[in-house]
Design a protein around this ligand. Structure first.
Ligand SMILES: [Zn+2]
Length: 441
């Protein structure tokens, strides 16, 4: 299935004619990254090679999600295609999509697609297919307005405002703040991200739900640390009976179980589940099995998104622009997959990939804080001596703040399904603790 087309366009500002590759099929199984672009208003946005103007190219396209059995056709009213012509194009695209489906799959929804004529309608239809209602979108917009307001005032008026809007500062609000901060960091807006983090702290300390979340977070962190230290004492390949001892110790605490599965899931095999079932309970075995599946499924999704992103980058005429739009996926996992692809592809594609790699490194480096640069060197370090001397320097430069950075990053990696990196960071944290104590003596 060819998801993209190369078409001629003309710049609306300087009238330069040039060729661009645009996406004409957005299929959540084949190019999930295109859906992200669509929802963030970045799909088929191109940059004029002459005057650098960025503009959206409107082309007929098909959106397909086989999981929610949803097909949406987009015939942009703006380009003035007649009905027959746009039907012909959309029919051909739908046939392409249908060919990729398994024969036994129910395709009756292909006969009743949703038709839309503007990009805004397309975004609404996609959100609706995901079960996100207009009311939820409105609530999200209200939350964004609150954040904008909070960002613009000084500390004293912020506290007043937080008290005034206390009832609206719910868990969803704090979740949105956290996502916004992560996005700012990945886009390289480290200063705004830091400012927003301080604002978030103040809001959390002065709001009812915020205070509860702060307490919960501290408790969760503590529990995860406990599980990580338990696991660390077991070494690289712990025996099944050692794992069983941990399960027995933490089986009543769901949060500790989550941490345990996140860190140790590759070690769980059928024999392990059997032993949990016979010695503790079948319910617990099932619970751990489901947690393991969920962690691994999440990791697979992460890989799928990045591969789709990479495929889009390979065919795109302006990978640098696209990489800034998809900055959220530029991470260690992205680089690992990129290197794997380089080894298995033709020379031509490998060449394109090495250009992509250079740009990615440049973008990733620009958004790193000095603390994160240390972190990246630590993860690349090969000997214990290197790790020790890097940690010594970091603790000297940043003091106790660096310990907090290690905690935050360990948490971020764990939430990202990368338990092995998280565990490494916990080990760094323990060494750094010792250095910090000696430093203070
Ligand atoms: Zn131009």
């Amino acid at each position: 299935m060819n998801l993209n087309r190369t078409i001629p366009v003309q710049c609306p500002k300087c009238a330069t004619a040039y060729q661009v590759t645009v996406t004409v099929i957005v299929d959540t199984s084949h190019n999930p990254f295109a859906k992200d672009l669509l929802l963030s208003g970045q799909l088929n946005v191109v940059r004029c090679p002459h005057c650098q103007l960025e503009s959206a190219v409107a082309v007929p396209l098909v959106y397909h999600d086989s999981h929610s059995a949803k097909l949406i056709t987009f015939a942009p009213v703006a380009i003035g295609l007649n009905q027959t012509e746009s039907n012909r194009i959309l029919d051909a695209l739908m046939k392409d999509v249908a060919k990729t489906l398994a024969q036994e799959q129910d395709t009756s929804y292909f006969f009743r697609p949703t038709h839309v004529g503007t990009m805004a309608e397309l975004v609404h239809a996609v959100l609706a297919a995901d079960g996100i209602t207009a009311g939820m979108v409105e609530q999200q917009q209200l939350r964004s307005r609150l954040v904008m307001m909070f960002l613009q005032c000084d500390e004293d008026s912020l506290i007043e405002l937080v008290k005034q809007y206390n009832s609206q500062l719910d868990e969803g609000f704090f979740q949105m703040l956290t996502v916004a901060i992560q996005q700012l960091v990945t886009q390289g807006n480290v200063e705004v991200a830091e400012h927003l983090t301080q604002v978030q702290q103040t809001i959390a300390q002065h709001s009812t739900v915020g205070r509860k979340i702060l307490g919960d977070l501290a408790l969760t962190d503590q529990k995860v640390q406990q599980v990580a230290s338990l696991l660390n004492t077991l070494g690289d390949s712990p025996s099944q009976s050692a794992l069983m001892q941990i399960v027995v110790a933490i089986s009543d605490d769901v949060e500790q179980l989550h941490a345990f599965v996140g860190l140790a899931h590759p070690l769980f095999d059928e024999a392990f589940f059997q032993q949990v079932a016979t010695e503790i309970s079948a319910e617990l075995a099932q619970q751990i099995r489901e947690m393991k599946e969920s962690v691994e499924n999440h990791h697979r999704q992460q890989i799928k998104h990045r591969l789709s992103f990479l495929q889009q980058l390979i065919v795109d005429d302006d990978p640098e622009r696209l990489m800034r739009a998809g900055g959220i996926y530029l991470d260690r996992l992205f680089m690992e997959l990129l290197q794997q692809l380089q080894q298995t592809n033709t020379a031509e594609i490998a060449d394109k990939l090495s250009q992509i790699e250079k740009i990615a490194l440049k973008i990733m480096d620009a958004r790193m804080t000095p603390e994160m640069r240390y972190l990246s060197q630590l993860l690349d370090a090969e000997t214990d001596a290197q790790i020790h001397s890097l940690l010594q320097k970091a603790v000297q430069d940043f003091g106790v703040k660096f310990l907090g950075v290690l905690d935050d990053m360990a948490k971020a990696y764990r939430e990202n399904g990368e338990g092995d990196v998280a565990e490494q960071l916990v080990v760094f944290r323990q060494i750094a603790d010792t250095i910090w104590e000696q430093h203070n003596d």
